[in-house]
Ligand binder design. Structure first.
Ligand code: PHE
Length: 347
């Protein structure tokens, strides 16, 4: 009688343990079945009246039932704990590989990067890095560079004129004039060559297209000393190009006219965007004008306060903007000043 009662109680308890959906429900089952006043305890109390041999059998069964139910309870409790843990993991997981929120680190504009590289290169060779104003006098921008008011060469550069004979400088060459006046006499009298570069922003009244902008960047270079030759000029320009492109580039030198140099040249590099056949950047020619240059015209030296009978020099006007376009294969100049972060974040 007790035996079958125990059996059905046990079966029933197992079913309720399996069906308990919360830790609280499970605890209620435990109290009812295994608690001090629970069903098993009641059976155990009823055993007192049994004859000893029956007592022994029932006692054993009772212990077995108790062990089994305790194990079932524990297993069910563990499954609740595991479910709770995985729910917590689902709710609290964190992807540590995601970019941190907040302001991203910025980067330098590609023009600034190239400018700084060239400043490092030229200062390592002993050059001074000079600055000049973007609003320049007509005199420094033209006259002192051997381009008098009635000279047709004024038409080569379409200029933004301001009041009182000021212009937005059309090139960095006026810094040649400023540099000679500021550093020339002192350095040259002490036997030190005047070697300088002047990077900066220049302006022309241009029709904007993939290769022309009204605002762009140049880097002027100038050296004045006794016995300066075209060989010196070529050395500096080749060093510059190898440094920037980290390889030999194909160049050609052809005559070019600029009133402030004599003789004057255009150093072109083979277009690195198309490699030669022609594209919008090289205006379908396969070559890109990058480095106009020449030996400083004696008139310019004289106007800069230096004696052309004693001193000579070379000058070049690197197109920094074009150089950037060549190096990074940028096929439209308008990206550089466009301010589009999708473009800028690539550098
Ligand atoms: N200033 C000239 C220009 O912008 C370039 C140049 C500089 C040419 C120095 C010769 C020497 O067109």
């Amino acid at each position: 009688m007790l035996e079958s009662q125990l059996e059905s109680l046990s079966r029933d308890a197992q079913a309720r343990i399996a069906a308990a959906l919360t830790p609280d429900a499970l605890e209620a089952v435990r109290v009812e079945v295994l608690g001090r006043k629970g069903a098993l305890a009641e059976i155990s109390r009823g055993m007192g009246k049994l004859p000893p041999d029956e007592k022994k059998v029932i006692g054993k069964l009772l212990n077995e039932a108790k062990t089994q139910l305790e194990a079932a309870l524990e297993a069910r409790q563990n499954s609740f704990a595991a479910a709770a843990l995985s729910a917590r993991l689902d709710a609290e997981w964190l992807d540590v590989t995601l970019p941190a929120p907040g302001v991203r680190p910025g980067s330098l504009h590609p023009l600034t990067q190239i400018q700084q590289e060239l400043e490092d290169l030229f200062t390592s060779m002993g050059a001074a890095v000079l600055d000049g104003p973007e609003v320049e006098t007509e005199y420094n921008n033209f006259d002192a560079l051997n381009i008098p008011a009635d000279h047709p060469a004024r038409d080569m550069q379409d200029t933004f004129w301001l009041e009182d004979n000021y212009v937005l400088r059309t090139h960095t060459s006026p810094v040649q004039v400023r540099g000679m006046a500021k550093l020339g006499p002192e350095l040259l009298e002490h036997g030190t060559p005047l070697l300088m570069i002047a990077p900066g922003r220049v302006f022309r009244n241009e029709e904007v297209d993939p290769s022309h902008e009204h605002t762009f960047y140049q880097l002027e270079g100038m050296m004045v000393d006794k016995n300066v030759s075209i060989a010196h000029m070529l050395f500096f320009m080749k060093t510059l190009l190898t440094h920037i492109f980290k390889r030999e580039v194909t160049v050609r030198l052809r005559p070019g006219y600029f009133p402030f140099v004599e003789p004057g040249f255009e150093l072109d590099i083979q277009c690195l965007i198309c490699g030669g056949p022609g594209c919008p950047v090289c205006k379908q020619s396969g070559w890109v004008e990058l480095l106009p240059c020449g030996l400083v015209n004696p008139n310019v030296l004289r106007m800069g306060g230096l004696d052309p009978e004693v001193y000579g020099g070379f000058a070049f006007g690197l197109g920094l903007t074009r150089l950037v376009m060549m190096r990074y294969a940028i096929d439209d100049i308008r990206h550089l000043q466009g301010g589009d972060l999708r473009f800028l974040r690539q550098f």
